[in-house]
Design a protein around this ligand. Structure first.
Ligand code: FAD
Length: 381
């Protein structure tokens, strides 16, 4: 039997996350307005409150699955703001380190916050176009890195970055690999905070590598496949971010419309609804379809390990649902929603990113189509 009920354990964690999200919401406008200020890793109200992400790891058997609950928690936290009471300790670079790092490398950096630097001015959706290079200096057992990475999350706050580079062999053939570069390494600098339309609270900046030398030990040998395998875990999570923000705006819209006597009747058929309530029901359906796609990807992950196509499906559906729901909610709310009196216009701006980073919708649909139709990357681009 298919059962979508949350267990008691799930509910405990989700309720705690929802309470924390509502507290974090009090900071939402402040960090939206103070884009140059990187939020603290913990807001004062986190003191004495449990960390639901950590708790879930100790609740085997009581919860519906670690991956499922992680996605549910992200959805709850994003109902509050981009900045939760406690920013998760690890970032995407940590997952790369965990999957391919040597025991000595994991021992050294496992507790650091590690950003991931892939995107460059000429290489976003197609990362094979990167130009950041690494050259080995055998005499010194050091690698020399040159290049620029743009739009890097946690650029300022992270302790280190896993940087994705291109190597050229003697015959001129290219291959890809990664290096861990710690903050403070000569030749490595972080640019100013990028001014963004939405998620302004998120620490985002460019990274510059100018003859940056790192010891041979810092060669974390993740090839192209190993780096992008991490996205099979994170793409449904990015969809969850967008759905959390959408839920916040959808709930706000329902509340505002209820104040003027407009409430959808969820039990009657769509043909008997007013134009407005019919629209709301369609948005709810869009939300639920995307929610289920995220749950499916994470449910499969709990049972089989990371999945690729279902992760892309969740990302494509979540990103599109977030864009559509937030756009239509603003239309339903009318011009007042464009003022800063409430968070509606901010949620609209924040939701947009879930259909951009870690591969926009167009790219997810390409990945899905290649898989379903059996085309290679060369055949379907
Ligand atoms: C706030 C923020 C944080 C980020 N954090 C990180 C980070 O931590 N690390 C990191 O490495 N990167 C990060 N990025 C970069 C992000 O992953 C890229 O922006 C994203 O992959 C898209 O690349 P692009 O911006 O170069 O767009 P492009 O690849 O230039 O795409 C532009 C448009 O063209 C479309 N398009 C591209 N190719 C195709 C195609 N083949 N078919 C159809 N349409 C296509 C895209 O869907 C998109 O709509 C971040 C970006 C932002 C905005």
């Amino acid at each position: 039997m298919i059962d979508f009920e949350l267990s008691d354990g799930d509910k405990t964690l989700v309720n705690e996350a929802r309470e924390q999200a509502l507290i974090a919401r009090n900071y939402a406008r402040y960090y939206d307005k103070h884009e140059d200020e990187v939020p603290p890793r913990e807001l004062p109200e986190a003191q004495g409150r449990p960390d639901p992400f950590a708790q879930r790891l100790l609740m085997d058997g009581e919860i519906s699955g670690k991956a499922v609950v992680e996605a549910l928690l992200h959805m709850e936290f994003f109902r509050g703001d981009v900045v939760p009471l406690r920013i998760p300790r690890i970032s995407l670079g940590n997952y790369v380190l965990e999957s391919v790092g040597s025991p000595e490398q994991i021992e050294k950096w496992g507790k650091s916050r590690i950003a991931i630097g892939i995107t460059e001015p000429g290489a976003g959706s197609d990362p094979s176009r990167i130009t950041t290079s690494a050259i080995y200096d055998q005499a010194a057992d050091e690698w020399i890195i040159n290049g620029e990475k743009i739009f890097i999350t946690f650029a300022e706050d992270a302790d280190a970055v896993i940087v994705f580079t291109k190597l050229k062999n003697k015959e001129g053939r290219s291959s890809y690999t990664t290096f861990l570069v710690e903050k403070g390494t000569p030749g490595f600098s972080v640019g100013p905070q990028v001014k963004k339309m939405g998620i302004r609270a998120e620490d985002t900046a460019n990274l510059i590598f100018q003859d940056c030398r790192v010891p041979g030990f810092n060669h974390v040998k993740a090839d192209f496949k190993a780096v992008f395998e991490v996205f099979n875990f994170s793409r449904p999570i990015v969809a969850a971010f967008g759905l959390g923000t959408s839920r916040a705006l959808l709930d706000f819209t329902l509340e505002k419309l209820a104040e003027v006597g407009i409430t959808p009747d969820y039990r009657s058929s769509i043909g008997t609804q007013s134009a407005i309530t019919e629209r709301l029901l369609r948005l709810e359906a869009e939300y639920e379809a995307a929610w289920l796609a995220v749950m499916r990807a994470k449910w499969l992950e709990d049972r089989k390990g990371r999945v690729k196509v279902e992760a892309s499906m969740a990302k494509a559906m979540g990103g599109m649902a977030a864009r559509k729901i937030t756009q239509e909610c603003l239309e339903l709310l009318g011009p007042v929603s464009l003022t800063e009196a409430d968070l509606a216009e901010k949620w609209f701006r924040d939701a947009r990113i879930s259909d951009i980073y870690e591969g926009p919708g167009e790219v997810q649909r390409l990945l899905i189509a290649r898989h379903l139709l059996g085309y290679s990357q060369e055949e379907l681009r």
